[in-house]
Design a protein. Sequence first.
Length: 205
Amino acid sequence: GPGPDPGTGPGQSLDTLRAAARACRACPLWEPATQTVFGEGPADARVLLLGEQPGDSEDLTGRPFTGPAGQLLDRALGELGLDRARFYLTNAVKHFRFERRGKQRLHRNPEAAHVQACRPWLARELEQVRPEVVVCLGATAALALFGRGFRLMEDRGQWRTLRDGTRAFATVHPAWILRQRDPAAREAAYTGFVADLAQLAAPDD
Ligand code: URA
């Protein structure tokens, strides 16, 4: 199928990649979505945060993590004295996948095929940013970075080293925390999330 166009190969700047990704038709998710939500943040960021896919809010704003999950992420980072503006934030899948229910647009998990179709964009972002550390938020991000066989609840918080030497770990997705109905369960999920992210603490962040 029509993957990323020529001109979006290795060596392109993030701005060039972002512009090219607007026209991506590598999977069918582009059509009902409002727009491509490319990553954002400093090209020299030490940390790259990898989410799943844009949600309703991100689809409308065109920016990653602007909705409720992003607010929870900001709160967790804030507690640790970390500023998201220093991080590069992106998603494994760059279009919002949803199901219409009347006026509502309900989030649907992306399939492995969507992650696969979108992988060249993530590969280019990783090449450009060359972060020291990648944090996967949730199972879809972990699938995109580590491949199949990663068990989120068993392997979360554990450092791995990628083939190029980048260090990485996965934690839960902030939207999953928000879905916990029981207040005690939600609190415990949030505490665990902050504990995992505490591994990012560095003197100059
Ligand atoms: N959830 C994600 O995984 N990414 C976003 O950008 C927003 C919500």
